[in-house]
Design a protein around this ligand. Structure first.
Ligand code: PMP
Length: 460
């Protein structure tokens, strides 16, 4: 008997028997959990555009682009066709000692649109792996230059870079990091440029300048021990969609240069048009030494990541084999042809369609529809950078006092939205919209309506 028409409950029973879900206390899905903490588990049968359909046939608007991956909507016809074409040519081949058209053409296309100075592409297969590559490459670069003292990294308060040990070490979110602290590298932490933390009356740009002084202090004290600074340009996403002015990045670039420190821009979440430009660091007019891409790179279809770097860094590894300067890092699926072919189609789509211009109209609609939410007594701020809009809920909006974390207010919002057919997955008490770019005005109206209800549900 085909299994495709089994209902949600039957699939969930099978799911819970065998699966361990990511970023989840499985007890929340189990029997006997307090009703106000229970989280429904949703088996998804299919997806199209901005919508997911569950096993019972109910549709859910994917307002978070499935963890920020799904750029143009699910099963975008161009990407599906690119994947089908590639399937008939080459499925996979190791990338050590071998090359293939999708990897080469994708690298060419990425370097054509990347900030100036980026000249080489190193592939991996997920965001955290790209962070690991960048950290090792930055350290090894200095070492190959004869500078073995540079063993430290600077990361930002509130930053997030993934869950593998190196990436988690650069992450400053206690919920994910604390347990593993004894295992982790300890970065030097510089203040977050988050404009929400700015003093009253301070503009986001003034806040960025002031916070850059904090980075200057860290560099003045430790600059000659530091390999690299790692930042999420414009939006610290997992940390609560915390947004900053591009001036911070311009200042950070200058400070890194002054201290011989490499700048790693983690554009894994913000790349590919999310912030209003193809890459977020463009808004600061800077080029990083290492730029990390994943998520939207394949439009959410397949896992892939890329580390873009400069000729200077590449050259520091280029030597006779006996000099032991090679970067001997690999993952089995590095540069997988299917994923590269889809990613190449993502870049073709950006080249042939006015995606960024259309997003400008969509983000203006998002701003207009979200504006009334700012009046809610439990909304401390509505903030937006391009196609990311965040609603900061609080116990007291005026004093910006948060609810106690154990109340899990965001979860109430999540559950309410899910019941209404909208996938909104708050980060703590920050509700956010990060929809696929195909989202239309009717869908945004639904999103705004359900968000208003979800904020009521969270604050009731
Ligand atoms: N960096 C940033 C900025 C991210 O948002 C994420 C994932 N949310 C990662 C790195 C890690 O990527 P992945 O989940 O693919 O390992």
């Amino acid at each position: 008997m085909p299994m495709t028409h089994t209902d949600n409950a039957a699939w969930n029973a099978r799911d819970l028997a065998v699966l361990w879900h990511p970023c989840t206390q499985m007890h929340d899905h189990g029997d006997g959990v307090a009703a106000n903490h229970a989280i429904p588990l949703l088996p998804i049968r299919s997806a199209q555009g901005a919508w997911l359909t569950d096993m019972d046939g109910k549709r859910h608007l994917d307002a978070v682009s499935s963890w920020w991956t799904c750029l143009f909507g699910h099963r975008d016809p161009r990407l599906v066709a690119a994947l089908e074409r590639q399937l008939h040519e080459l499925d996979h081949v190791l990338l050590a000692g071998f090359g293939h058209a999708p990897a080469i053409e994708l690298a060419e296309a990425l370097l054509r649109v990347a900030p100036p100075g980026l000249a080489k592409v190193f592939y991996a297969d997920n965001g955290s792996a790209a962070v690991e590559v960048a950290l090792k490459m930055a350290f090894h670069f200095h070492r190959n230059q004869g500078d073995g003292r540079r063993t430290k990294f600077i990361a930002l308060h509130g930053g997030y870079h993934g869950e593998t040990l190196g990436a988690l070490a650069m992450t400053d979110i206690p919920l994910y990091r604390k347990t593993y602290a004894p295992l982790l590298l300890e970065p030097l932490l510089a203040p977050s440029p988050d404009a929400y933390l700015g003093e009253a009356g301070q503009s986001p740009q003034d806040c960025a300048r002031r916070v850059a002084e904090g980075l200057r202090e860290v560099l003045e004290r430790h600059g000659d021990e530091v390999c690299a600074l790692i930042v999420e340009p414009l939006v610290q996403c997992a940390g609560g969609m915390r947004m900053h002015h591009p001036t911070y990045l311009t200042e950070a670039r200058k400070l890194c240069d002054a201290h011989g420190v490499l700048l790693i821009c983690d554009e894994i979440a913000v790349g590919f048009g999310r912030t209003g430009t193809l890459f977020a660091c463009e808004q600061a007019g800077i080029s990083p030494d290492l730029m990390l891409l994943s998520k939207g790179l394949t439009g959410g279809m397949l896992p892939l990541s890329a580390v873009l770097t400069t000729q200077r860094i590449y050259d520091a590894f280029y030597a006779d084999y006996a000099a032991s300067k090679a970067f001997l890092h690999s993952h089995s699926y590095t540069g997988n042809p299917l994923a590269c072919a889809v990613a190449r189609e993502v870049l073709r789509t950006f080249a042939s369609e006015p995606i960024i211009e259309r997003n400008r109209v969509t983000s203006a609609t998002m701003a207009r529809l979200a504006a009334p939410l700012a009046e809610h007594p439990h909304v401390a701020q509505v903030r937006q950078t391009g196609m990311i809009l965040a609603i900061e809920m609080a116990a007291d909006a005026r004093t910006r006092t948060p609810w106690p974390a154990q109340e899990r207010r965001g979860l109430r919002a999540y559950r309410h939205a899910l019941a209404r057919g909208v996938l909104l997955r708050p980060l703590g008490d920050v509700l956010y919209w990060m929809p696929p770019y195909c989202v239309d005005e009717d869908e945004l109206h639904l999103l705004a309506q359900v968000s208003a209800e979800a904020i009521d549900a969270a604050s009731a």
